[in-house]
Design a protein around this ligand. Structure first.
Ligand code: MLC
Ligand code: AMP
Length: 503
């Protein structure tokens, strides 16, 4: 049972000369075709600054991405096949990614900090033909997981070239598969089409007045939709300049703000750190600061405004949907809310649970090869986000989650995945993982393990470090003789970490 918030009205996000009726976000095209049109028009304009400070012009990207497409084709990969990319941000990664999309290949981005098991899961789930890895360790794991894989570095060998048809994918073709862990233990492959990617980037380019004059500080990982699907894709679509950083560091962001950058996108942990950095007032120089991926506390929102006059624009989205809701560029940005639906997005609340349901051109069509999960994730064509919302005077507030999920520093961690790793360790009878509130990280991963007093916690932590990406590793592990359970034997997580609980 659902109820509509009200008829979709995106006018609050549209420029004065654009009516909602005239809105066509995807315009029947694809994102790489739109980039190519932009790059041809921009010629020698600089559009990408690498982590070492060197620039690529639009014309150089046009050529380099065509070469990358031909290089990938030389491995035998044909349109529709997958290319796994596990790499730290760099211009080479951007060229490989765009080249793959131009060749009609489907990109499977993987965090370069992934553990061996996480990389293997993406290889099993995505069955790629090519793996692009930025370290020898990742490359070795990829080769061992599938000896048939063509494994290469992001600087695709210029000696490799085969003819391939460029920019021929259709809007309905898959373009990106992002693996997220889920409640069943098997990672879910979120499959986004070319039309989804174009609509997702076009909606924010329109809503945030993003133009060729912008310079975006891009210090997010380029393996998740925040940095990749919004930051990079939007920047290339708008024809603005993207300034790449291989890691976030507050001083670099503040220096760039002072030096003429116009936009910064970050997760709340980044804003926490910026608020504490010397000279934070410099952040006031950029025209737009956007926060997302996790709730930005009202306190941090206000603190940033006090420090530099910058009213952070908070928005809300998901890998499955790209961005859904945003505070406005013009008009009131309300702290503690995520604003109202972006152009193209329709949003409802489930009548009984207040779960947020959405549909729109950026919303994916389903998880790869998961018919049962897909049946449960959609109701009459509306995607169930698993987030609980409230709508107050047209502004959406995220008030909770129907899904079991920890968000730490903007990264999602599914407790089940961590629990499974901990249970594998000899002596651990059971494990329960919860999110503990943290002012810096939002939440941190805390684990409770059931086991004997002799349990070697240092060895257990080493096991977790080996098996999980660093951000998923529990920051605190508590041993208990027995986890609290109800009469049916189910672990009562709500009793963990509460004053009357064992923490
Ligand atoms: C790093 N560490 C983390 C962590 N990031 N631990 C928990 N949570 C995190 N998010 C670990 C490091 O490995 C290190 O471990 C220790 O914490 C301290 O590291 P640090 O140097 O202080 O952290 P740093 O490398 O600076 O990373 C912090 C960060 C990063 C905030 C810059 O987490 C980050 O880039 N987050 C953004 C994630 C993101 O892009 N999410 C978007 C998902 S898409 P050790 O063991 O060495 O001490 C999405 C949709 C949407 O959600 O709406 O956008
Ligand atoms: P991911 O699966 O990594 O794409 O993360 C998506 C989830 O991040 C959403 O379902 C929300 O729970 C959360 N999220 C994203 N943006 C916000 C926000 N601004 N406020 C609260 N939660 C958010």
């Amino acid at each position: 049972m659902t109820r509509s918030s009200r008829p979709a009205d995106w006018s609050g996000h549209l420029p004065a000369d654009m009516s909602p009726a005239s809105l066509d976000l995807a315009a029947g095209g694809t994102l790489p075709a739109a980039w190519v049109a932009r790059w041809r028009a921009l010629g020698n304009a600089p559009v990408l600054r690498d982590t070492d400070g060197s620039w690529s012009s639009a014309a150089q990207l046009l050529d380099a991405t065509a070469d990358a497409a031909r290089g990938l084709a030389a491995t035998g990969a044909s349109p529709g096949e997958r290319v796994l990319i596990a790499a730290a941000p760099s211009a080479s990664l951007v060229v490989a990614h765009c080249g793959a999309l131009r060749a009609g290949l489907v990109v499977v981005p993987v965090n370069p900090t992934a553990s061996r098991r996480e990389l293997e899961a993406a290889i099993v789930g995505g069955s790629p033909t090519v793996a692009i890895c930025c370290t020898d360790e990742l490359a070795g794991w990829a080769r061992a997981a599938d000896p048939k894989l063509a494994v290469m570095t992001p600087d695709i060998d210029p000696g490799l070239r085969s003819p391939c048809e460029l920019d021929a994918a259709s809007p309905k073709d898959p373009a990106l598969i992002v693996f997220t862990s889920g409640t069943t233990g098997t990672p879910k492959g979120v499959e986004l089409t070319h039309a989804n990617l174009l609509a997702g980037a076009a909606s924010v380019v329109t809503a945030w007045g993003w133009t060729e004059r912008d310079r975006l500080i891009l210090a997010l990982p380029l393996c998740h939709v925040h940095g990749l699907g919004i930051g990079l894709h939007g920047s290339l679509l708008a024809g603005s300049a993207a300034l790449l950083f291989d890691r976030f560091d507050p001083e670099s962001v503040l220096r760039e703000s002072e030096a003429g950058a116009t936009m910064f996108f970050g997760v709340p942990t980044m804003y926490e750190r910026l608020a504490q950095a010397p000279g934070a007032a410099r952040l006031g120089r950029v025209r737009l600061c956007v926060s997302g991926s996790a709730p930005l506390s009202v306190a941090t929102h206000r603190r940033i405004e006090e420090l530099c006059g910058q009213v952070v624009l908070e928005r809300y989205g998901m890998t499955e949907t790209l961005l859904l809701v945003s505070n406005p560029l013009h008009g009131e940005r309300r702290a503690g809310t995520v604003g109202f639906p972006l152009p193209g997005v329709e949003l409802r609340l489930d009548e009984e649970t207040n779960e947020i349901l959405v549909r729109g051109p950026s919303v994916f069509h389903g998880y790869r090869d998961r018919p049962e999960l897909n049946a449960a994730s959609f109701s009459d064509g509306w995607f169930r986000t698993g987030d609980i919302g409230a709508i107050e005077n047209g502004y959406v507030r995220i008030v909770g989650r129907a899904k079991e999920l920890i968000i730490t520093g903007g990264y999602n961690v599914h407790p089940r995945e961590v629990e499974e790793v901990l249970r594998e360790f000899p002596g651990v009878a059971d494990a329960a993982v919860v999110g503990t509130p943290s002012s810096e990280w939002g939440e941190t991963v805390t684990a409770y393990v059931e086991g004997p007093e002799s349990l070697d916690l240092d060895a257990l932590e080493a096991h977790a470090r080996r098996e999980l990406a660093p951000y998923k590793r529990p920051r605190l592990v508590c041993r208990l003789d027995a986890l609290p359970r109800n009469l049916l034997g189910k672990v009562q997580k709500e009793r963990l970490g509460t004053p009357d609980g064992p923490a």
